[in-house]
Structure formats: structure tokens, C-alpha cells
Design a protein around this ligand. Sequence first.
Ligand code: ZN
Length: 143
Amino acid sequence: MRCAAPLTRGPRKGEPATGSLAGFQRHARAGEAPCPACRRANAEAGRRRRDKPGPQLPPQLPAQLPAAQRTVAELRRQGRLEPVDAALVEAFLGLAEAVDANPWSAPLWGRYREAGEALRQVGATDGRDAARSLLAQLSDDID
Ligand SMILES: [Zn+2]
């Protein structure tokens, strides 16, 4: 994992970056889905950021994570996700979260789109139009 390398500065210097915001950012820079510990660290950092006044993300950038979660919930509800798809779902949600945290990272958007496309193919074997339109919608939100 990208985050396992030691931190080079700060109070935790020398410890692995896993479970820190720096670790989360390493995943993001690598264009990979963050591990659960780093996702938690990022969520906590996000809460701290929101608690204090300061510049927010531009309003024209919709949050991807809630949209991604709705997509996954809908696919599940329709019985279109199998247990074997869990890793893909995790990657998709992790990338949605990473994209929300780093909205200006083009490589991340690319990975996120690929994950969405892969999910769509998982759900496309027998006329799964609802899944397709959901993901097309999601794709439109991104463009
Ligand atoms: Zn990590």
C-alpha cells in the first residue's frame, strides 16, 4: 500500500502514513482507492475542515460520494451486485471519496470513471438499463 511508507515530517515522523491524511493523499496521488484507515483519517480531517470557516469547494462540483453510494444502493436493491463485486464497489466508493477530496486530480477522475464503467458492465449482462442510465447520469455529473 502506498500509505505504508513512513512519514517524513510532523509529530508522527518515521511512523507509517497509514490512517493519516498524508496517507490518504498518497493513495489519491497514486490514483488508487484509499485503504479504510486512510479513508477514516480523511473523513475526520474533512469534519475538522468543515467545522472552521474558510474557503469551501466551488458549488459547481457535486459531491461524488453520495451519488456513488446511491448508485451502489440502487444496484443492490435490484439484485445486480454479487458478493464477488464487493472489491469493485469498495474501489468505486473509495475513488468517489478521493475525487471529492481532490476534485482537481485528473488521474483520479479517470480511475473513478473506469470503476463506474466496470460496475456498469457487472450490471449489463441481461438488459440492465436502469443501472446503465444511473451510471450515465453519474458520468454526466462528472463531465
Ligand atoms: Zn492507506
